[in-house]
Ligand binder design. Structure first.
Ligand code: BGC
Length: 495
């Protein structure tokens, strides 16, 4: 197999506003989101739910964006995925702005945002933030980078979600964020506004990043806001997140132009069977975690977590391209108890940090097994929906940079196989991450950057792996001198 990527392949990085923006000037601090409050909450810090690291000590992209765009150019990139932070644009409630909503029970079937409503939203928007985003996007475009603009990468404005109140009342009192269908309507207004305001600058759109991580970690005992553990609430959040995607899709088509290419980004984690008799269990896991979502937004069949099967025409055909985020796999065994499978410790995401998995494969600082073959599987899982794909995140927490170069080469090799052998239509690869940043509840310890950031001085220094990635990008393929690492980590494990 020749190790070149197709002509016109997009090479880029992904970033999230909350993880990158704050840190350089007092003006960059945005205290108006649920995540900001969540990371500062004393109880969360004392109980170790969060690390104690706070975003205002971060890499400072809001002020230093030109520096980071310069690094992207040095790497030879031609694409950049970022997002507009909802709480910056609308720190105060937009609930009073009237829009036409077609709703039935909790189902939000359509939202219409008129020109007049857009003008009202414009009066309410934080102009300094709108102008800063315009400066950032114009700078990217001037440097020849394609802008892939995302609307939601996790923080919600406080007027939409009070994570502490929701946590302390077990989800009864709010504002309750994704637990309420009203959030779908407010998100549609935000989507309409961003499309109207930045439609001239975005080359591609996505509505949200990894809705599946939001409804799972936030509501099944994880450390994301609102930190609940309740299946029914997780389900409610999932349904609202699907609807929010569909309604935002409609707004982007309406206000950014019918030819706007609107995608969704999903954390695609292939479940693999531990043994032959666990094959059905692995299929169930993939349906529960992934396929039901794509069936909803392509066919209009809503069966959250694989249960039920309501017809929802208003969800059908609501995706033009699919972003696959891939980090590792899950190994599953059949289980008599619902949902019919259990995850085996010692593999995939369930390993010890910086050690080896039960399969003898190295793990990251996070304890995620380095498993490049899973990227090919993830792409093949999504191929059946017949849409162009892009790898929108792939990377490793590896502070010492001892694995990152081989991680990149081996994953790209599997991606080449998906494209050339399996015929998958993958148009680009966006690495996570360009620079070190705030890894949500885990803070600054997890370092995903190709470029190291000294969080005190805000200086950036490229790691050795950045040079490797640059060579790959500049030759649009895996150069000869790196080809031997395509089979990594077998080399280390002897597998
Ligand atoms: C998220 C990023 C995060 C990365 C590494 C993805 O799930 O989209 O925000 O930093 O994983 O954990």
């Amino acid at each position: 197999m020749n190790l070149e990527f197709p002509k016109g392949f997009l090479w880029g990085i992904s970033m999230a506003a909350f993880q990158y923006e704050m840190g350089a000037s007092p003006d960059s601090v945005d205290p108006n989101s649920d995540w900001y409050v969540w990371l500062h909450d004393r109880q969360n810090v004392e109980k170790g739910v969060v690390s104690g690291d706070v975003p205002e000590n971060g890499p400072g992209y809001y002020d230093l964006f030109r520096v980071d765009h310069g690094w992207a150019c040095w790497l030879g990139l031609n694409a950049w995925r970022g997002n507009v932070e909802w709480s910056r644009i609308f720190p105060k409630s937009t609930r009073d702005v009237k829009v036409h909503v077609d709703a039935e029970g909790g189902a939000i079937r359509s939202v219409e945002v008129s020109e007049e409503a857009l003008k009202r939203l414009d009066e309410m928007a934080n102009k300094a933030a709108v102008n800063r985003y315009r400066e950032i996007f114009e700078d990217l475009k001037c440097r020849g980078l394609k802008l892939i603009l995302n609307l939601y990468h996790w923080p919600l404005p406080l007027w939409v979600h009070d994570p502490i109140k929701v946590r302390d009342t077990g989800g009864r009192e709010g504002p309750r964020g994704w637990l309420d269908a009203e959030t779908v309507v407010e998100f549609a207004k935000f989507a309409a506004y961003v499309a109207w305001k930045f439609g001239d600058l975005a080359d591609m759109w996505c509505t949200m990043n990894e809705p599946n991580v939001v409804w799972s970690i936030g509501y099944t005992g994880g450390n994301f806001p609102p930190g609940l553990n309740d299946y029914a609430l997780s389900l409610a959040a999932a349904v609202n997140l699907v609807q929010a995607h569909a309604r935002a899709y409609d707004q982007l088509k309406e206000h950014a132009g019918r030819d706007a290419q609107v995608g969704i980004i999903y954390a695609v984690t292939p479940a693999e069977p531990a043994a032959d008799e666990d094959r059905e269990a692995a299929e169930t896991a993939n349906r529960v975690m992934t396929h039901w979502y794509f069936e909803a937004i392509t066919e209009g069949r809503l069966a959250p977590f694989g249960v039920g099967g309501e017809r929802r025409e208003d969800l059908k055909g609501r995706v033009d391209w699919i972003g696959v985020n891939y980090y590792s796999r899950l190994l599953v065994k059949a289980d008599e108890r619902p949902p019919g499978y259990r995850v085996l410790p010692g593999y995939g995401f369930a390993c010890k940090p910086a050690s080896k998995s039960e399969a003898g494969l190295p793990t990251s600082d996070f304890g995620w097994e380095i498993y490049p073959w899973g990227l090919r599987k993830a792409v093949n899982m999504i191929k059946r929906y017949g849409k162009p794909m892009m790898i929108t995140e792939n990377g490793i927490a590896d502070a010492s940079d001892r694995h990152r170069s081989w991680y990149i080469v081996s994953h790209l090799y599997q991606l080449l196989k998906a494209i050339k052998v399996d015929g998958a239509d993958v148009r680009g690869y966006l690495h996570w991450s360009l620079i070190d940043n705030l890894e949500w509840a885990s803070g600054f310890k997890m370092r995903f950057g190709l470029i190291y950031v000294d969080m005190k001085t805000k200086q950036r220094y490229p790691r050795p792996s950045a040079y490797v990635f640059r060579d790959i990008v500049c030759s649009n393929g895996i150069p000869d001198y790196l080809a031997a690492y395509a089979e990594y980590p077998n080399i280390l494990s002897g597998a």
